[in-house]
Design a protein around this ligand. Structure first.
Ligand SMILES: [Zn+2]
Length: 298
């Protein structure tokens, strides 16, 4: 791949330099309908709403073969071009707090114990926090550097690559967790169907993703922080995420609270205010930024 893609942030609005040949139009990733209406424009990309099912998605979007190398880059979790607030390491303390709280919600619902697979495990913060709740840990990651760090940190079995290429022994999981992953996935029904086959009978999948149905999107409109264009290509609410799970073969779908802590410096940067240096890493809980659902494979 030779296309050079510049991700930049001017006045808070994400924009990408991409030529027409880098773009692909798509039917609705949830129901395959082709009629939609534009709700936000991030030239040359558009966020549209499906006229059939209401799914909100990016169309046109970057061709999948162009976005894939981005995730495999060593720098994906530590972008030098950003202000540093988006840096995964900068957010470590807030992420760990977020994951601990979410794990206690899973535990309360009996979704812990046995074999855990985390898809898109990054540096392994969630897996490390999950050690107390699952005796067996595994993860997948596209970035080799991040995956290796996760392995060192947790001792988990880490597979570097796509879920379609998972090794044969990555199977019979009790729980598969995807946090901030599904919004990146181009063909989500087939992706989740692949994962369903790796679960035990009555195993549970857990999806957590930014909630476009929340008041944050209604207030912030095109400045909603989860419009990370071009990486985020699907924007779910409770209804469309439930529909995705059903279409992928999951039943007994329940919502799980997912309060999210963010460093104060990151929150301030979204409203273009500099936080005092000594407070920048301080975690602050924000309600309703995420939607999380569990579903069972029968
Ligand atoms: Zn649709």
């Amino acid at each position: 791949m030779t296309a050079v893609i510049h991700i930049q942030s001017e006045e808070g609005v994400p924009s990408v330099r991409a030529s027409d040949s880098d773009l692909a139009t798509t039917p609705c990733p949830l129901c395959n309908a082709t009629v939609s209406s534009i709700i936000h424009a991030f030239d040359p990309f558009k966020v549209v709403s499906c006229s059939e099912c209401g799914m909100i998605y990016l169309n046109p979007r970057l061709k999948e073969e162009l976005i894939d190398p981005l995730y495999r880059e060593d720098t994906y979790f530590s972008r030098s071009k950003d202000t540093g607030y988006e840096d995964y390491g900068f957010q470590e303390q807030s992420l760990r707090m977020t994951f601990r709280r979410f794990l206690s919600e899973l535990n309360r619902r009996g979704i812990t114990g046995g074999r855990l697979l985390e898809v898109g495990c990054g540096y392994g913060y969630f897996l490390e926090e999950a050690k107390d709740f699952f005796p067996s840990l595994a993860g997948t990651e596209l970035s080799e550097k991040a995956g290796m760090l996760a392995k060192q940190r947790t001792g988990a079995d880490i597979f570097i690559g796509d879920v379609e290429a998972l090794p044969a022994d990555f199977r019979e999981f009790d729980t598969v967790v995807l946090i901030n992953v599904i919004e990146h996935i181009y063909a989500p029904v087939s992706f989740l169907s692949v994962l369903a086959k790796r679960l035990k009978k009555s195993g549970t999948i857990v999806l957590a993703t930014p909630d476009i149905g929340s008041f944050w999107h209604r207030i912030m409109k095109s400045n909603w922080p989860s419009f990370k264009i071009p990486e985020h290509i699907a924007f779910y609410n409770e209804r469309t995420l439930t529909s995705l799970l059903e279409k992928s073969g999951f039943r007994n779908i329940y919502q799980i609270p997912f309060p999210h802590a963010f460093p104060l410096g990151l929150i301030f940067s979204k409203v273009r205010v500099n936080a005092p240096v000594s407070f920048r890493r301080r975690p602050v809980w924000l309600p309703k930024t995420m939607i999380a659902l569990s579903g069972k494979v029968l």
